[in-house]
Design a protein around this ligand. Structure first.
Ligand SMILES: Cc1ncc(COP(=O)(O)O)c(C=O)c1O
Length: 366
């Protein structure tokens, strides 16, 4: 039967987020005995064992609605970060907070500036809200902050800066980011997406929280999906002026973050040793890959995240497919905007070595 109902006009311009096949499906299809997943940018070390141990005790209360204001977690996070609880907004992943910021602040027709190659949900959500995404190319894989400033108009409502940037892993240097924040007029929201914050160990990485005192238009987004390894529970947070949190509260679902996610995040914050271990392994993997890739003659963007954009000099889809046939799954960067690159997740040393060995087997003369 032909469907006669019509969705909103704007949806004619939006495609659903492309979800890949499961690891098991791919393995079965290709008949590969073992497949190393180095394509998703989650925490390959999982989450703190304490989360697993202690979460069981929380199951008795599943019949209760969760705390709609996530008080316990806000208290814990507030003292951990040294910010007031009214400055924190807890979301069903930072993805939800991006959506709610647009819902609460972007009027139809207003502009949101973002990098050309960055986290794709900014553009999708701006479009859904009837806003206009203003796209600024990266410069050598890095946000071009001067060009972003030059794109500000009367219609600009917000600017997204993803730092470290997904998918390039690059950061904007401390001084230039601080200068940029100072130059953006204070009626324009600056959304600083720091999903990979914990992995950024360079001295050139800006510690942004102190800037909130002077800049009421600054919103910092972080997540428990990455270094804390809780992507499956969906929980992230934003740090911002209390006026912005109160506006977000008006547009959120009342019980947006489930009970287990809130409890797991509290336990994860308490286990900083686990986080330190993950950062240590990531650093180790990062230096190993940088050294080996350089030896093999590959160039890559300098990364401060748990993934790397590697330039292959050959079609990224083909290279990803050939690595897959050797049991290593990486993400082709063709769909991300780089035709001759792949994005690889920094993994266990065993997998990092397997990846390098698999690269050595590729025919790069093609
Ligand atoms: C830059 C960036 N921001 C936000 C998110 C969303 O994270 P969450 O799992 O907290 O929704 C991701 C997820 O990959 C990301 O890469």
């Amino acid at each position: 039967m032909a469907v006669k109902v019509k969705s909103r006009d704007i949806l004619q311009h939006i495609a659903a987020y492309p979800l890949g096949k499961s690891l098991e499906e791919i393995q079965l299809e290709l008949g590969i005995p073992t497949l190393r997943n180095m394509s998703e940018i989650e925490n390959i070390f999982g989450c703190s064992p304490k989360v697993k141990e202690q979460l069981m005790q929380k199951l008795d209360h599943l019949f209760n609605y969760p705390d709609g204001s996530a008080r316990c977690l806000s208290e814990k996070l507030g003292s951990f970060l040294g910010v007031g609880q009214s400055q924190l907004f807890i979301g069903n992943g930072s993805d939800e907070i991006i959506r709610l910021l647009l819902r609460a602040f972007l009027n139809s027709g207003e502009e949101a500036i973002m990098a050309e190659i960055t986290f794709p949900r900014y553009k999708t959500n701006v479009t859904i809200e009837g806003g206009k995404p203003v796209i600024v190319p990266l410069k050598n894989g890095v946000h071009d902050l001067d060009a972003m400033l030059a794109h500000i108009t009367e219609q600009t409502k917000m600017i997204f800066v993803c730092n470290p940037n997904n998918p390039t892993g690059t950061i904007v240097e401390k001084e230039s980011l601080q200068g940029f924040i100072e130059k953006v007029p204070d009626h324009i929201l600056i959304i600083l997406d720091e999903a990979y914050y914990e992995y950024a160990t360079s001295n050139e990485y800006l510690q942004s929280i102190p800037l909130l005192t002077e800049h009421s238009n600054l919103v910092i987004l972080r997540t428990f999906s990455k270094v804390y390894g809780l992507a499956g529970l969906r929980i992230g947070y934003g740090i911002m002026d209390s006026f912005i949190t109160s506006e977000l509260t008006k547009v959120k679902e009342v019980f947006n973050v489930n009970q287990l996610a809130q409890a797991a995040a509290v336990i994860a914050i308490e286990d900083q040793e686990f986080r330190k271990q993950c950062i240590f392994h990531n650093e180790e993997g990062r230096s190993y890959l940088e050294k080996e890739l350089a030896t093999l003659g590959y160039s890559f963007f300098p990364t401060q995240a748990n993934f790397m954009m590697v330039h292959t000099g050959r079609d990224g889809n083909e290279v990803a497919q050939e690595l897959l046939m050797q049991g290593i799954m990486v993400k082709s960067a063709v769909g991300l905007g780089y035709k001759e690159s792949i994005r690889v997740t920094i993994s266990s040393m065993e997998d990092n070595r397997n990846f390098i060995e698999a690269l050595k087997n590729l025919d790069m003369s093609r």
